[in-house]
Design a protein around this ligand. Structure first.
Ligand SMILES: [Zn+2]
Length: 301
């Protein structure tokens, strides 16, 4: 990503095993990027992960990602010791992009990212809570059913287990099945959102049910930190107009009235590559210093 926010290089690489991740990144930087631009033009590396990053223990914890288990943070730092490096959480980068590029004026807002899991980043009085590490909030592991299914985090009935994309197929068949989903492939939020736009009854029901359960979690979040704006990003946007309508409806009838009444909800205005712009902007705004030699500096969150 260049400093104006344009992607200069873009590649997607399959990682055969967790231990290949860092060597493949090194190879890409040295064999591709640094062959085409000067070392002086290469200002830093942001490693953005859908994981919880613990800055004190220097560990990451991911339930949806396969990375080296032992000392990932240390390995990363050693592998790129000649460069400034920042290890950042993906939802935080999305949230930062939304704040900067859509010019959010609310000092208190929440950004909720629907990806493989569900993550949230909170801004309180204009500050990102816990920096870009996701170590303060695990919204996806907020339980909405204490007797629900066991989650990989050890808790039961977690939001991301109950309303995550992997739950959709089961929900549709539980709601009576739908001709829109006869094929055996997995059901995405996009498939469900589309079917609901075309009026498929079961899809509409499932979208509403998901919105109701999600709203329950939102109401509790609102009681904890009172964000004035809630932005739904990532794949959540694909759930379409019915999802956001139902959430807005739900927030009018549940939760602590006085607090909930002053909260608005909208979809993200940015696309799925916004996290790279967000990471770049965050790196320069928060960590980078143009008047210092930054080589070898390593930032977590
Ligand atoms: Zn969980």
């Amino acid at each position: 990503m260049d400093i104006t926010g344009t992607a200069s290089f873009c590649v997607q690489v399959d990682v055969p095993s967790p231990d290949n991740y860092i060597p493949l990144c090194q190879e890409y930087i040295h064999q591709t990027v640094l062959q085409q631009i000067d070392r002086e033009q290469f200002l830093g590396i942001c490693v953005v992960v859908p994981a919880m990053i613990d800055p004190d223990k220097r560990e990451i914890f991911a339930t949806t990602l396969n990375l080296p288990e032992k000392d990932f943070v240390g390995q990363l730092q050693r592998a790129f010791s000649g460069f400034p490096v920042a290890l950042l959480n993906d939802t935080a980068c999305f949230a930062y992009a939304e704040k900067v590029y859509t010019q959010i004026t609310e000092k208190d807002f929440a950004f909720i990212n629907f990806g493989k899991g569900i993550g949230a980043t909170l801004f309180i009085r204009n500050e990102m809570l816990g920096r870009a590490s996701a170590s303060y909030t695990q919204f996806g592991h907020y339980s909405i059913d204490p007797k629900g299914e066991l989650c990989s985090c050890g808790n039961r009935g977690c939001l991301e287990l109950m309303i995550g994309e992997a739950s959709l197929k089961g929900r549709i068949s539980k709601a009576g099945g739908s001709p829109a989903f006869r094929r055996p492939s997995a059901v995405t939020y996009g498939d469900l959102g589309q079917a609901s736009v075309y009026g498929d009854m079961v899809s509409c029901k499932v979208v509403r049910d998901i919105a109701d359960e999600f709203s329950m979690a939102l109401c509790n979040l609102i009681c904890m930190v009172h964000p004035k704006l809630i932005i739904i990003g990532g794949k959540g946007k694909d759930l379409g107009p019915l999802f956001i309508q139902e959430i807005q409806e739900c927030l009018r009838t549940v939760g602590f009235r006085r607090m909930v009444n002053s909260v608005s909800v909208r979809y993200s205005l940015l696309d799925s590559s916004a996290l790279y712009n967000g990471a770049m902007k965050y790196f320069f705004d928060i960590h980078y210093n143009f008047t210092q030699d930054m080589a070898g500096s390593f930032f977590i969150g």
